[in-house]
Design a protein around this ligand. Sequence first.
Ligand code: NAD
Length: 333
Amino acid sequence: MRTTVAVYDTKPYDRESLSRVAGAEAIDWRFLDFRLGPETAHAAHGAQAVCVFVNDDAGREVLRELAGLGVRLLALRCTGFNRVDVATARELGLPVTRVPNYSPYSVAEHTVALILALNRKLHRAFGRVRELNFSLAGLEGFDLHGKTAGVIGTGRIGRIVAEILRGFGMRVLGYDASPDPQWAARHGVTYTDPPTLARESDVVTLHVPLTTETRYVVRQETLELMKPGAILVNVSRGPLIDTTALIGALKSRRLGGVALDVYEEEEGVFFEDLSGQVLEDDVLARLLTFPNVLVTAHQAFLTREALNDIASTTVENVRRLTAGEPFLEGTVL
Ligand code: NAD
């Protein structure tokens, strides 16, 4: 028996990775280039499974419609599930799976790439050299060696970041709601409380999921505690940072720089080619004017290995749905 999967918000790399993994040939793929939401849920008509990404809306209304259409699996091709109404899915008996275990190195290495690029001002140097401006004025950075990094969230990604930064010779402070003292001792990481981490770190990087407790984990008070000249990095979820407060800290010249792979209002902007169009988001427009702000559009996961892991997990869960077998352990929400 063949299963139809409606894949929302499909990009070329999704189509390619989902189609090439083993088992993909047994699935009838319906690749849709728009996101899931109340206006588009009907496009899953006739599909047994729906596959979505980070910015698809799987709220109550949408889930009810999908269940009504006979959809029997919502398969997230990402880790974070903050846009899924899990309680409603349970109520409806609609299983939701995610991909908790794709290469954490993809995101950790992008984090470090952002730290290095922002600190050494590679984003500015690149543009300058292409204009034949070989001046170094204003491109000064600092040695990471001997400085302090604060890692908020020492889960799968945060601990790899911490280990890489230890390799640079940084002192690493960690904060986590469920600390792992054995891991910390093994890697020379010191757990501390968030205010101490903010006060003492030259680089602060966020690796907690978005929850009601972590929303605006970086806000006015946090930014005021941070060392003057410190770098802030967010590759996790946009609403971990109060962007209005962040702009204030940048305007006051207190922050050394900010690197973001995620943004509070990224939906409808990130992942899209809006070149040649008018950017409606004034906050993002302001952020992009700072020379010490480096933004990538939610690309931290985008390595061959991570895409392959995501596709394999998704295809295997669809196979299990078709075969009536339990879904992969640890993937069900
Ligand atoms: P994980 O679950 O392995 O680790 C998260 C850590 O945060 C855990 O150790 C947990 O104890 C801690 N935590 C949870 N709530 C907390 C709180 N209130 N205070 C302090 N600590 C808390 O997750 P992970 O795989 O390391 O991923 C982290 C986040 O990275 C994801 O939730 C996702 O939002 C983001 N992410 C981004 C991308 C991207 O492409 N930019 C890709 C994958 C994941």
